[in-house]
Design a protein. Structure first.
Ligand SMILES: [Zn+2]
Length: 463
């Protein structure tokens, strides 16, 4: 007898937590933070239906906060059992969790200063120290190696979503359950011919938990590189700068590998590039260390040009002083800095100096939430509010939406075509209601499978 209870990423795209019960044991697959709308964020404060102490294993699919960011919280509630992940997920988790702890403390401090907390004293969801302590529980398993989880066995397969991301295949009592985690894009880089397909094909599972973030949307599939070249040449001519707001893990690395290759092949001018984020400095190290596990394009760039920390013309800014030194740079240049959605971080300081300058460009490469500063700028806003002031916008505002790390519905269907028999049941998770419903209809229409949309806190029994 085995059951799964959906403690998150059901009815929403964040807070992934799938509590799997078998043999009187409890295995949690992913331990994500709820993010975004307040209604969901408040659930980070609600107790889990099981005491954290009684969870026997935590299995992580990848290092995004909506899959790993709740680990320090269960640690603070007494969870001390193994946290299983791939080696690259281990490295990235060590970068993102302490930062998250730091942010949680900052948020609580800010709420107390402003006095807007409903509680007398706002407390952090967890502290930096608890985040650091929780890392001691991490234990790694390489891709494709079978390992035991109680009387069941598990195995990671490559999901191609971010560095280290895996599908988790769990076998118990003659049944196989596949947890997709987040499913990556089907890569179509023509130079990748002959390399193993990523995300890797899966041929069978009795039960499938499948993400549905882009269940009703398609990505534009044209090549982003010509546009990047054009912007860099324009900036070279104008003498301005390009500011690219980007998340420090994965998106920043993808960009610098792409920009480096464009420069080396004569398709972009060699402008100085500043990567202004302490997290990115660490994340790049993880990418170089694990580039064998990553896609072929990255592997080739590292093999040819070496470690990005040594690339001439690319400067990684870790300290505040290094960040401020960018202000003294004369002539055209590129700045890649977080946060990707302009919610905070160093990127705001760079924007404050450049939004009013028609020689400059702000290039968005990630999703901008409705109502966010980024989305206002994309919609042609004339000004944006930062640091309590309005800043007029005279610079170019450009968007490239090809960088998503999630498969869209066409790519999901393409990946599902690998299945040799229909799963007994497919559960859709990690989607807004409209996305999940559209994907359910599409899978039923295409394959006639039995598809169920997971509901928050619902338990399903698997035969
Ligand atoms: Zn993810």
């Amino acid at each position: 007898m085995i059951s799964i209870q959906f403690l998150g990423a059901a009815g929403t795209v964040t807070g992934s937590k799938h509590l799997t019960r078998f043999d009187g044991k409890e295995m949690l697959v992913d331990c994500g933070l709820f993010q975004g709308a307040k209604e969901w964020r408040e659930r980070n404060w609600q107790p889990l239906p099981v005491p954290a102490k009684s969870i026997d294993w935590l299995v992580l699919t990848h290092a995004h906060l909506d899959h790993v960011g709740f680990l320090p919280r269960i640690y603070s509630e007494g969870f001390r059992n193994p946290v299983i992940c791939t080696p690259a997920t281990d490295d990235l988790t060590r970068i993102v969790l302490p930062d998250s702890g730091h942010l949680q403390e900052e948020e609580a401090e800010f709420a107390n200063k402003k006095g807007y907390s409903k509680h007398k004293q706002a407390l952090p969801l967890y502290t930096y120290e608890q985040a650091v302590q929780s890392l001691n529980l991490l234990t790694t398993r390489p891709f494709h190696e079978t390992f035991s989880v109680g009387s069941g066995t598990g195995r990671y397969l490559r999901a191609g979503h971010i560095l280290g991301s895996g599908f988790f295949e769990f076998s118990y009592g003659g049944r196989k359950i596949l947890f997709s985690g987040d499913l990556g894009r089907i890569r179509r880089d023509p130079e990748d011919q002959g390399d193993p397909q990523i995300p890797e094909p899966v041929f069978e599972a009795d039960y499938l938990l499948l993400e549905s973030t882009y269940g009703n949307r398609l990505h534009s599939k044209d090549d982003p590189r010509p546009k990047i070249s054009e912007i860099l040449y324009r900036t070279q001519q104008s003498g301005g700068s390009v500011v690219i707001p980007a998340f420090a893990v994965e998106r920043t690395e993808k960009l610098i590998f792409m920009i480096k290759k464009l420069m080396e092949t004569g398709k972009a001018p060699r402008l100085p590039v500043f990567i202004d984020s302490p997290m990115a400095v660490e994340a790049v190290k993880a990418f170089v260390k694990h580039c064998e596990e990553y896609d072929a394009a990255t592997r080739r760039v590292v093999a040819k040009y070496g470690d990005p920390s040594d690339w001439p013309g690319f400067t990684f800014c870790k300290t505040r002083e290094e960040s401020m030194a960018i202000n003294d740079v004369k002539g055209p240049h590129v700045i890649i800095s977080a946060s990707g959605m302009l919610t905070g971080g160093r990127v705001l300081h760079h924007l404050a100096r450049r939004l009013g300058d028609p020689r400059c460009t702000v290039l968005f490469v990630g999703f901008q939430a409705p109502g966010s500063r980024g989305q206002l700028m994309q919609a042609g806003g004339k000004s944006v509010r930062m640091f309590g002031k309005e800043f007029g916008i005279q610079c170019h505002v450009e968007t490239l939406d090809q960088f998503s790390d999630h498969a869209d519905y066409e790519e999901i269907i393409e990946w599902l075509k690998n299945f040799k028999h229909p799963p007994r049941r497919t559960f859709l998770v990690h989607g807004e209601p409209a996305g999940a419903e559209a994907l359910r209809e599409l899978i039923v229409k295409t394959f006639k499978w039995d598809v169920h949309i997971a509901k928050y806190l619902e338990t399903v029994e698997l035969e």
